[in-house]
Write a protein that binds this ligand. Sequence first.
Ligand code: FAD
Length: 376
Amino acid sequence: MERGDVEVSSRSFAELTTLQVGGSPALVLSCRSAESVADVVRTLDAEGVPLLIVGGGSNLVVGDDVSDLVAVVLEDGGEPEIEEKTGLVRAFAGLVWDGVVAATVDAGLGGLECLSGIPGSVGATPVQNVGAYGAEVSQTLHRVQLFDRASGETSWVMPESLDLAYRYSNLKFTSRAVVTAVEFQLTTDGQSAPLRFGELARRLGVTAGEAGQDGDVRRPVAEVRDMVLELRRGKGMVLDPHDHDTWSAGSFFTNPVVDRAVADDVQRIVASTRGEQDAAAMPRFPAGPADAVDSLEKLSAAWLIERAGFSRGWHVPGNDRAGLSSKHTLALTNRGSATSADIVALARAVRDGVREAFGVALVPEPVWIGVTLDDE
Ligand SMILES: Cc1cc2nc3c(=O)[nH]c(=O)nc-3n(C[C@H](O)[C@H](O)[C@H](O)COP(=O)(O)OP(=O)(O)OC[C@H]3O[C@@H](n4cnc5c(N)ncnc54)[C@H](O)[C@@H]3O)c2cc1C
């Protein structure tokens, strides 16, 4: 192991995560190269020491009492390798995601611009197939380098082997492998990927006629990145240590994917409780694999949360340490002194409220360590 690549420190999960809650790991080992990550994980696994891989800590809810595991932190440092002519980009998993996006946009490469401003590390992006503004990282992945914890080997795999889907890969929740590097294949003509998100396209001045021609409207990458960052800031979705609305794990619940019959039921409930006009405006989109397109639909978690009676800034009565963001009902936030238990209480209240109102079970997006949303 290149010892200079690994640093030992003691930091709490409150310091390591963007929700800023959680106990303290037994030890923090920070790694700055793919080799050191593999060596550290191999050594800990051989000794049977429980460990947690941590990037930016922006998709983690860690319990207040967690103390028995080693946090292996993939640290930022270094630059991505960018081949401007071919559009191939290779990055160590520890690099800060948005730094890599910015570097590709500066190089005039297209494909990652809609994913600007997502917190966290490069290595975590395939883990939950990060997505925003009509794009998912799966659309640009070329190869993913994995350290396989069972075999102790590192190898490049094709994205197809990861079962990438909406906020999912077979790496999420399994801990079977560590992503040590990622390659992206981007486009080289300076234009963004086709704009697929209505609000973004409108704000970029795309007209209905233009969008209607072939649906493939593109814009210069830097223009799209700037607009995405502006939109995200307005929703508290860009980290800002001074803004408690960003002390979150981003969108806390995934958009529910339900049978069409369930979506019909929800719409009927909305019609009877809130009126036909509101019901007609209910967001519902085809979802799931192509052969199931007729039967599966994606609903909007934020819309359901609001219709269930939760407004921006809502908190559990008597506990304002944790609350919904004042900018976005889908972000559960630490208002400054929350514990993990406070976040869990808030999450349960929102989940239960939506279930009681519509019979829909919201599923949390972050990874839970040493704590659960299930009732005790
Ligand atoms: C303000 C805010 C906005 C957000 N917006 C979005 C958004 O628009 N779209 C979106 O998809 N997500 C969003 N997120 C969620 C989060 O930023 C992403 O999921 C991000 O990719 C997590 O990266 P991370 O490095 O912080 O992962 P961490 O939180 O450190 O880890 C998350 C999980 O992945 C595992 N993991 C991390 N790195 C690796 C690795 N190299 N190999 C294997 N496993 C690993 C961890 O063990 C853990 O289980 C947002 C979060 C916040 C706080």
